[in-house]
Design a protein around this ligand. Structure first.
Ligand SMILES: [Zn+2]
Length: 71
């Protein structure tokens, strides 16, 4: 499902702010891009196909932070 995989954990900024893990508060993440299939897109009320989401997997605890594309 991943289209792109980072080779090393990296710091991430979202909306101009450093991202910290919701669970363990670390600031290093593995970047993944996930293709949203039709079922997922419908669940989130998207009306287009083939959208991708940015996923940042915490290097500390593995928690996945999902960011959906904004219109
Ligand atoms: Zn974490």
């Amino acid at each position: 499902m991943a289209l792109f995989e980072s080779k090393a954990p990296e710091r991430v900024q979202v909306a101009g702010l450093d991202l910290h893990c919701e669970i363990c508060k670390r600031d290093m993440f593995w970047h993944r891009r996930a293709q949203l299939n039709t079922a997922v897109a419908t669940f989130f009320s998207f009306d287009w196909a083939n959208a991708t989401a940015d996923c940042y997997v915490c290097d500390g605890c593995g928690y996945v932070h999902w960011f959906l594309p904004k219109r």
